[in-house]
Design a protein around this ligand. Sequence first.
Ligand code: AMP
Ligand code: MG
Length: 390
Amino acid sequence: MTTHPGRCYDICQSRTISGENNVSGRPHPAVSPGVYANMKVLVKNKFTRGGLAVLLALALLPLSGCKPAEAEIIITAMDTVMVLTAYGDAAGAALESARAEILRLEALLSATDPDSDIGRINADPTAKTPVDDSTMELLLEAVSLSEASGGAVDMTVYPLVGAYGFPSGEYILPSDTELAALLELVGCEMVVLDGEAGTVSLELDGMAIDLGAFAKGYASDRCAEIVSGLGVTSALLMLGGNVKAVGSKPEGSPWRVAVKDPLGGTGYVGVIEVSDLAVVTSGSYERYFDVETDGELRRIHHIIDPYTGRPAEGGLVSVTVVSADGLLADAYSTALFVMGLEEASEFWRVTRNFEAVFVAEDGEVYITEGLEGSYFPSDTYPEYALITTQ
Ligand code: AMP
Ligand code: MG
């Protein structure tokens, strides 16, 4: 497998600002004309927000079978359903603190709430907007993860996400001309973070931030810190498709997290055994609509390639990332989906700070070699290929 010619990884840890203003120095390719011409939205995603939330909650299924939870709470927040489970005497109070933190973060980070930090930045992008310390911390980390991924995950993709109608559910296909104009607004090197003053501004009017690829991972890390700090040593925090395991199951065996079948089956692809790790899945099945062109159906999904402005076409249907760092796992699940299998495998070889399970459009499953011994394929997907360091 070879590296994608345009994106660089570890060498992008520091900013590479080219005349084109993109992170990797790779110029935005021209939007090829006509690809979306004459398409019309045929079928809206049948999942409403509520249905979608349930679907996301099922994306990663904890396989329990252990004694009943000491405490469990279910919250609808950050556009998904979250199930938090903890054991031990401190469980109930710890989960209440975790719930409060999730709601606090949602109120700061939601792009669709005009009163949130992100909503206020987006409403007046070039002004210096004061933000909460947590928002600043997340934005700083999101920029550095974006740079590390060569721009495959980028919080400034929101104008593109909006152009397809994903935030509102009013789906539409933007024209090539519109996409070309919006691509000029994408690039997190145009996000100005003043840590001292605690303010955020964006360089261009029309730019906007979306933390959809980062916020749940960040929240899962915060919640794990909070419950651990309150004395919990065994908990499973499932924030939609972002799972964070605190310790192991109460009796000491690892948590077992199943990767949902992204190709529409009712079962799962395999199970990953984890302790003190995050397991995060991004998939094109999570949010999409279909369009018909010349009698052919085409799926327009919600993971956008920041270089083309189009839904990522890397040949994958889901990517699951395993890492101790829930924010990194969240950001990279999106980034690897954009990269596609070959580039993502090379990225893993270079960085080695996560492991991953990839499901390709043809149903093939690939796992990075660090998961050997903790990944167990299901009967539906008994075969998998190993991605090695060679
Ligand atoms: P995830 O479910 O973590 O893969 O995040 C996907 C969400 O993040 C989408 O619903 C968009 O709101 C936003 N998004 C889509 N594509 C990207 C991208 N390339 N980089 C950053 N955020 C993205
Ligand atoms: Mg993500």
